[in-house]
Design a protein around this ligand. Structure first.
Ligand SMILES: [Zn+2]
Length: 143
């Protein structure tokens, strides 16, 4: 009588330490139980849900520092950028309250064309740059 419980204990100790197969069986059975119609609607729902979620994450994914780095990279080669790209980067900077500061002076305020060897004059401590595209004259005080 005393020996048999010990044997049972040993037996149970051997069986218990693997709970993973059980979980697998559960998921498989639940998958089988769901009808085809339900499954397809579920798939469609999850597809759109995931897409929406991804869109939200992608929009908010860029942190302020990442955007700052992007802007820095953009203005290193600003001369070869189109006005559309300049507008886009300006909007991006504005969305995170990042001031472009000196970088602001590298493109025309009116038509957003990047300055390429513009007409530059200095008079009475005021620097004036004429846009070759729209002839708008930007003026900045020199410090
Ligand atoms: Zn211009």
């Amino acid at each position: 009588m005393k020996i048999s419980p010990e044997i049972e204990d040993n037996h149970s100790n051997r069986v218990t330490p693997n709970p993973i197969p059980n979980l697998e069986v559960k998921t498989i059975t639940s998958f089988v139980l769901v009808t085809d119609k339900l499954r397809s609607s579920d798939v469609v729902f999850h597809y759109f849900y995931k897409r929406c979620l991804c869109g939200c994450i992608m929009k908010s994914k860029l942190s302020k520092q990442e955007i700052q780095a992007k802007i820095r990279e953009f203005f290193e080669d600003v001369e070869n950028k189109t006005p559309k790209q300049v507008k886009k980067i300006k909007k991006l900077a504005m969305s995170k309250n990042i001031s472009l500061k000196e970088k602001r002076k590298s493109f025309c305020k009116k038509c957003l064309v990047a300055f390429k060897n513009p007409k530059t004059r200095i008079r009475n401590k005021i620097k004036s740059v004429t846009c070759r595209n729209c002839r708008y004259i930007s003026r900045w005080k020199l410090k």
